[in-house]
Write a protein that binds this ligand. Structure first.
Ligand SMILES: Nc1ncnc2c1ncn2[C@@H]1O[C@H](COP(=O)(O)OP(=O)(O)OP(=O)(O)O)[C@@H](O)[C@H]1O
Length: 115
């Protein structure tokens, strides 16, 4: 039981380390953090309904997830090669495209909720 709990806590520790690494090294993550704080402050100020908070939380989580997966993909690509490679360019472009889709969607959600 104790070792199961220790393994669980260890997994959390690694996951938090990953988020912290992304926040420290990725400029876009800091932009997402600023947008997250601004949305929460605006949400508290406007007194959102619970369903609006649900939409906001899911949207924020999806943007963060997309950005962290994108950062992980970039790390993996750079581990394979840092030399000019057309395949690496396609992989990184697609990964960045996924973040862009989610970020645009988040802007739409924010517009619907706050305007
Ligand atoms: N090894 C490579 N070979 C060819 N093109 C590359 C390579 N590395 C990066 N690129 C191109 O440069 C773009 C930016 O890649 P980079 O690794 O600098 O990401 P970034 O600027 O940190 O992106 P993001 O802002 O999404 O974090 C890629 O989308 C790709 O088009």
């Amino acid at each position: 039981m104790i070792s199961w709990l220790a393994k669980l806590l260890n997994s959390f520790h690694h996951a938090i380390q990953g988020i912290w690494y992304a926040l420290r090294t990725q400029r876009n993550m800091r932009i997402h953090m600023a947008a997250t704080i601004a949305s929460i402050v605006l949400g508290l100020y406007q007194g959102l309904h619970s369903w609006e908070w649900c939409c906001l939380c899911i949207t924020i989580a999806l943007v963060w997830m997309a950005e962290i997966f994108n950062s992980a993909m970039e790390c993996l690509c750079d581990r394979i090669t840092t030399e000019e490679d057309p395949q690496i360019a396609k992989i990184k472009d697609m990964s960045a495209g996924a973040v862009l889709i989610m970020a645009l969607s988040a802007v739409g959600v924010a517009f619907i909720i706050f305007c």
